[in-house]
Design a protein around this ligand. Sequence first.
Ligand code: GLN
Length: 513
Amino acid sequence: MGQLTLSEYRQLSVADIRDGIAARQFLAADVVEAALTAVEALDCQVHSFLEVTGEAARQAAAHIDQALAAETAAQPAGLGTLAGVPIAFKDNMNLEGSHTTCASRILENYHSLYTATCVARSLEAGGLSLGKLNMDEFAFGSSTETSAFGCTFNPWDLERVPGGSSGGPAAAVAAGIVTVSLGSDTGGSIRQPASFCGVVGFKPTYGLVSRYGVVAFGSSLDQVGPLGRSVADVAAVMDAIGGRDPLDCTSQHLDVKFVAKELLEAGVQGMRIGYVPDFLELDGLTGEVKRACEAAMANLEALGAQLVPVELPNAKAALAAYYVIGPCEAFSNLSRFDSVRYGYCAEAAANLGQQYEQSRAQGFGPEVIRRVMLGSYLLSAGVYDTYYYPAQQVRTLITADYARAFECCEALITPTSPRTAFRFGEIADPTSMYLSDIFTLPINIAGNGGLSLPVGMGDETGLPVGVQIIGPQFKDDQIFRVAAALEAVYAGQGSVSLAPLESILAKTGGDVQ
Ligand code: GLN
């Protein structure tokens, strides 16, 4: 048994950790100390954490180590799926005793009074909670630049954004600070940062993971999902967090095990995988992303899959529908942050009206105010029929498009994002930023699951590129089957999800104990 060096720790998968602890190669306490060393050595540059819950992680690790020490043949320790695995949570997920700020001034001093189901299940499965991760304020954004508590930096190039809104969860995993993390995805917020940071990110079919205890953005669009450095790691987290929760009436039973060998080693021989020719001709899709996506398609074909062109004729209206439905739901959800029930309260207001106005003006950032005002306008009498109602009709059409497409294929492949990670400040106007999610948000509208898989580096920027694998609703196992087969091809080419961070590690000697 020995301590883990930082470089050893950063390489470990979920199974390595669980098996290593079970085989007494190292203690859960060793893992947690290595993880806290990683936070200290790396996060000063990456800035993925808003709060570190080191003591809670140490206690959880001690619990695992004690159970193993007391283990007898008659009474096995019963290690959970995520035993000893360092995990951290986007800061819109409640964890009792921690802050939950949504990266907003308005919730700066809010302490969670209870724990979200997805967080609780991660911890019940043996995960060690390292803390809470940075994000775009209230999950509005694609770069994590709108956080009220500073930007997160992309571990592959610290001058670039990690994507968003789950920028912290993606960067913490890519940097090797935590093994896995949880993010939320309303229009692409798990998948786009996963593609920018070269990690795997999965948005399950709407309803597969409970939303209880996750601060709502768009309740009909939001889904929680895992990020990790491999498909198997993400599958293990899904096995821990997925399934029906009586506290979220939209959650569904989950009767599949994602880590199953039959699934992850099944291959794609004979599978029909659809692609959307129109998507590959879209304005704004960069040449390198297009080429990487086409190479991934060719790889699937070489593995024995049959590629079939499919049409999603209404997908072009998805962005417009999303920016009606999303802000309307956000307007309604964010009305609770009124400085009375929750949140920052401006001092020196002369009356209640002024207190609302000033608290919100000072507590919310510009993107939040933009969305709330947009939602308030769109839902007002007279305007509602012109925008909200047609947007819901478009939603029905898009949902039907996907259902039709899946009549002739078992999975779809698209680029995740039109481009690789951009520089801070490079995309200043909101509309251009909104286009970041052109390939991801249609399935939030339709409800289907989608996973972003890293497929190497762009041949122009040298930065990670992701492709998105989409499945029919509630057949997310098919996504994992395709993703695992494709991942094996890139693993064979030496493609990795761990950012080297050489410049930072050099300062620590690379091997901090
Ligand atoms: N970037 C999109 C938006 O700003 C999606 C955000 C998300 O998925 N939370 O709305």
